[in-house]
Design a protein. Structure first.
Length: 542
């Protein structure tokens, strides 16, 4: 756990001047992370711990939490119930809940009204001064980076009380610029990113590969630092451009298709027109402009060469190369289900959407922007408060992405970070809605079949593959059910029951296939002290 103070205290200067009337009505005296439950004692030792940090209100700070969440807190961000900016010590509480075990032990559910959610993780943030709850000053915001495993595509930010979530439009990600990153971090394999093909012998892939000419594709040359080549936006275009290059290289590389290279991948020829365009334009054109020109070149190439292309494809199909045993059919270029033009133009569909954002040049002005004296040094260079905050925010976002890329490489799996801003405290959740078309009316009834007379059982239904978690409610007849009326039939789920009686913990779990009208009995059994966490982890792996 770590707090970095970007600069020391100095006279109050706000970076935004906005009215603060009426803010006291929004205060929450007891912003609690956990909902009270009869089995709080059982969960208290295994739920994620609340992390505490002390900052000063007149300093910009960055909090680095245990599981990788980072929070940038600008100076003069918090106000008390009288609307006064708090300049002294402020206690910041952070809780990170990223796993199903965390959701269960913290009493969290993944619902928005009656809509089922899939969660990437939840965090709780609170601020107090001398036990008085604080709020974020209107016009100010916290900048947060939240680590996740896997793609965050189509996920959005929610806020709520842990039981019910709503989309928070103030946390919608607003990109203002493209962020340049170290080239060797974006392309860790260097020119090995330029693999053009692999050789095959029968069904076996041979290690020999062909790399495109690095003199024509200067992928990791220092001259492209602080250009769009050094952004994730360009990296996401890398393979679509390579695919279009293949389409435009058929004629210049025709010998390859007629077995005149012998070894297959060596000596191949390439039309570098698109690559030259992107690298020649990187210093004086936006990515949007270059994308538009590239699309025009690609389409024009087809119109100019479509007759020759049709002839070439027919010749290849008639050539003996297309009849090798490992080919699925006698066609190498198969236009029975799509036209040649549809096949060619489909390469454009893999290109990301055009972006109007421009690259913001990264310049730290020779200052360590992570140091405690960063603000004072920037101020001494003539930057005003708004410029200082803008630069520190930009640095925060860039450093977050760099850490994410490094961790992704170390773990050898997809590691993502969601960067967002928030104007509210409490629980925040990264989710997306479960498709309603996949959900059907479902009634699941649960009962305790053991001889143990348990007054309350906390049942949780989880879908491990989707990070979905629901909590049960009790019925008058002593049974339990889940208030969510629709669930995905046919999916594997796990139901876990936890109870407490006279200081002892009782536990049971079952794996089910979701369907309607399920009646399930649970043999709740006493487990040894200190084993609830292990029991949960084992059950969640069923």
């Amino acid at each position: 756990m770590k707090v970095i103070h970007f600069f020391s205290a100095f006279a109050l200067v706000t970076f935004l001047t906005l009215g603060i009337s009426g803010c006291s009505s929004n205060f929450k005296e007891n912003r609690a992370p956990f909902k009270e439950s009869p089995i709080d004692k059982a969960y208290s030792t295994i739920r994620p711990q609340i992390q505490s940090y002390t900052i000063t209100g007149d300093s910009t700070c960055r909090i680095i939490a245990n599981e990788g969440t980072e929070v940038l807190i600008p100076k003069n961000t918090f106000v008390n119930q009288n609307g006064e900016v708090v300049l002294g010590n402020i206690q910041i509480k952070v809780l990170e809940a990223f796993t199903l075990k965390d959701f269960i032990s913290s009493g969290l559910v993944t619902l928005s009204g009656d809509d089922l959610l899939r969660s990437k993780g939840m965090i709780f943030i609170d601020a107090k001064s001398e036990d008085e709850s604080l709020e974020i000053k209107p016009g100010n915001e916290l900048i947060i980076s939240m680590p996740t495993i896997g793609s965050n595509k189509n996920y959005q930010m929610f806020n709520g009380d842990g039981q019910n979530w709503k989309v928070d439009s103030s946390m919608i990600k607003k990109e203002e610029y493209l962020i340049p990153l170290p080239l060797d971090l974006l392309y860790p394999e260097g020119y090995d990113h330029l693999i053009y093909c692999t050789q095959t012998s029968g069904y076996n892939i041979i290690d020999s590969i062909y790399r495109m000419d690095s003199a024509k594709i200067p992928l990791i040359e220092s001259e492209f630092e602080n250009t769009y080549v050094a952004t994730k936006a360009f990296r996401s275009r890398f393979w679509p451009i390579r695919r279009m290059t293949t389409m435009m290289s058929l004629f210049v590389d025709r010998d390859y298709y007629f077995d005149k290279h012998g070894s297959g991948c060596t000596g191949r020829k390439t039309n570098y027109e698109l690559w030259n365009l992107y690298f020649q334009s990187a210093k004086n054109k936006s990515l949007w402009e270059t994308d538009s020109i590239a699309e025009q070149i690609f389409r024009s190439y087809f119109e100019k060469n479509k007759e020759e292309l049709a002839k070439f494809c027919n010749e290849v199909n008639e050539h003996k190369w297309a009849n090798r045993a490992y080919k699925p059919s006698r066609y190498h270029f198969d236009f029975r289900d799509e036209t040649m033009e549809e096949w060619y133009i489909s390469a454009l569909e893999t290109m990301p959407s055009k972006t109007q954002l421009k690259v913001r040049k990264y310049e730290n002005m020779g200052i360590n922007l992570n140091s405690s004296t960063a603000h004072d040094e920037l101020k001494s260079r003539g930057l005003n408060e708004q410029e200082i905050l803008s630069l520190l925010t930009f640095h925060f976002k860039r450093e977050t992405i760099i850490k994410s890329l490094k961790r992704q490489q170390q773990l050898q799996k997809i590691y993502s970070t969601t960067i967002f801003s928030t104007t509210s405290l409490g629980w925040l959740n990264l989710d997306k809605f479960y498709l309603k078309s996949d959900l059907e009316t479902t009634k699941i009834t649960l009962r305790n079949s053991s001889v143990n007379n348990l007054n309350f059982i906390d049942f949780s239904l989880v879908l491990p593959d989707f990070n979905v978690k629901l909590s049960s409610s009790s019925n008058e007849d002593g049974s339990y059910s889940f208030r969510k009326g629709k669930l995905p039939h046919g999916k594997e789920a796990i139901i876990i029951g936890v109870s407490e009686l006279e200081g002892s913990i009782y536990f049971a779990s079952k794996k089910i296939i979701i369907k309607d009208s399920l009646n399930i009995n649970f043999d709740m059994q006493k487990i040894p002290d200190g084993t609830l966490g292990d029991s949960l982890e084992i059950s969640l792996k069923l």
